[in-house]
Ligand binder design. Structure first.
Ligand code: ZN
Ligand code: ZN
Length: 402
């Protein structure tokens, strides 16, 4: 990536210091102290909605102390690790500048952020997993947006092509999740299949009738889709809304993402209706029905043909195929290939997170137009505005304004 950064930048940055990029008007020590002071609050603000979201789906368990204990435990762990991730990364920016005697990419942005992210091991496992993949998706989006390959360029502009490809990915994902009996999060909830081998239970939803089952599922999915769309609406404006909650109804309600809501609802609704129909027909085995239902449910993508969904499809596909192969080798007593044995020994979640955070920070600063605006907002909240400041300073230096 360094090769694509203008030579002009290195000329413009030749006499610049870490202060010019990261902390104008302050010494490294003053900036580090300020960063430590803001760190806890930034981390608390960032993780509050992320920890609150799962709690909203446990409304029926709010009367149990265990629910609140778990929320507090997860939230504390998130604040603690978020604090170390951002502050260590920030302090290492200055250290990198001193060590390398100048400002070089990716050594001065990507590397310090990645090293700071070593503290991600303190995050609760499910947050580490989801956050890591979300960060990796930022990089995948960048790769797609800047790719010079003709096929990728065509895909960028073709809604039909992207929907078709998403359909293939979606079908394979739901097929693998079904075979693995996995509860891993995916936009299409494959659901528990505990009675999979029961001959009487053709549809795998117990004694309940298909129509009643579908009604119940649509109701639950609507709530979930509403929660996700509300999260997208509230998260970047959380602090403003805490001060002025009425703004949600007077100003921001227009920003409710109906496309996202419909995407989740349609994907799940179509999937479950088609799966029921095929199961009742008893023409194909259940995994094939799941595959076909997955293909049909991809029509939901038309409501929300966004990079964030497509890239999540790519990263999830890689992960579930890997797990499928791993499971296949183990359950058939076949020796795992050497590369898989090595990967299984590595802390992959932590490594993906570290890579993702380093690349995300680097892309936010150097290629802001090729990264998701929602990510800009999230980073701004988590870093108490420092990510915006560094990006601004970088742009100023690039344009010769500083
Ligand atoms: Zn400094
Ligand atoms: Zn059914």
């Amino acid at each position: 990536m360094a090769g694509s950064i203008s030579k002009y930048f290195y000329q413009a940055a030749a006499n610049k210091t870490c202060a010019d990029f990261h902390h104008p008007g302050k010494t490294c020590t003053q900036a580090a102290i300020q960063c430590l002071q803001n760190g806890v609050l930034g981390s608390a603000k960032f993780y509050f909605p992320l920890c609150l979201l799962p709690l909203l789906f446990k409304l029926h368990k709010w009367n149990e102390i265990k629910t609140w204990k778990e929320f507090l435990k997860n939230y504390t762990r998130c604040i603690f690790s978020g604090f170390f991730i951002t502050t260590t990364g920030f302090i290492l920016f200055c250290a990198a500048y001193q060590i390398f005697k100048g400002y070089y990419f990716p050594l001065c942005i990507c590397l310090p952020s990645s090293l700071g992210a070593m503290f991600c091991g303190f995050l609760p496992k499910k947050y580490l997993h989801i956050d890591g993949l979300s960060l990796l998706n930022v990089y995948i989006e960048f790769v797609i947006k800047q790719s010079k390959f003709k096929a990728v360029a065509w895909l960028r502009n073709s809604k039909i092509g992207a929907t078709f490809l998403y359909g293939i990915m979606n079908s394979i994902i739901v097929y693998c999740l079904h075979v693995l009996k996995s509860n891993r999060f995916w936009f299409v909830n494959v659901g528990k299949i505990a009675n999979q081998n029961s001959e009487k239970d053709i549809c795998v939803h117990g004694t309940i009738k298909c129509a009643d089952y579908l009604k119940k599922e649509v109701k639950q999915t609507s709530l979930f889709a509403f929660g996700v769309a509300m999260f997208k609406l509230v998260f970047p404006r959380l602090m403003t809304l805490l001060k002025n909650p009425q703004l949600l109804f007077t100003k921001y309600w227009k920003k409710f993402d109906f496309g996202l809501f419909m995407f989740i609802l349609a994907s799940n609704g179509i999937f479950k209706a088609v799966r029921c129909k095929l199961n009742q027909m008893k023409k194909y085995p259940r995994p094939i029905n799941v595959f076909i239902a997955g293909l049909a449910s991809s029509l939901g993508y038309i409501f929300y043909p966004r990079y964030i969904i497509f890239t999540m499809g790519i990263s999830t596909l890689i992960e579930v195929i890997y797990k499928y192969l791993d499971n296949y080798y183990i359950s058939n007593n076949i020796q795992l290939p050497k590369i898989m044995t090595i990967i299984n020994r590595l802390p992959m979640c932590e490594l993906v997170y570290m890579f993702g955070i380093g690349m995300t920070f680097q892309l936010r600063v150097v290629y802001p137009h090729l990264t998701n605006k929602f990510i800009h907002k999230m980073m701004s909240i988590g870093s108490s505005g420092r990510s915006d400041e560094v990006a601004r300073n970088y742009a100023g230096i690039m344009m010769g304004l500083q």
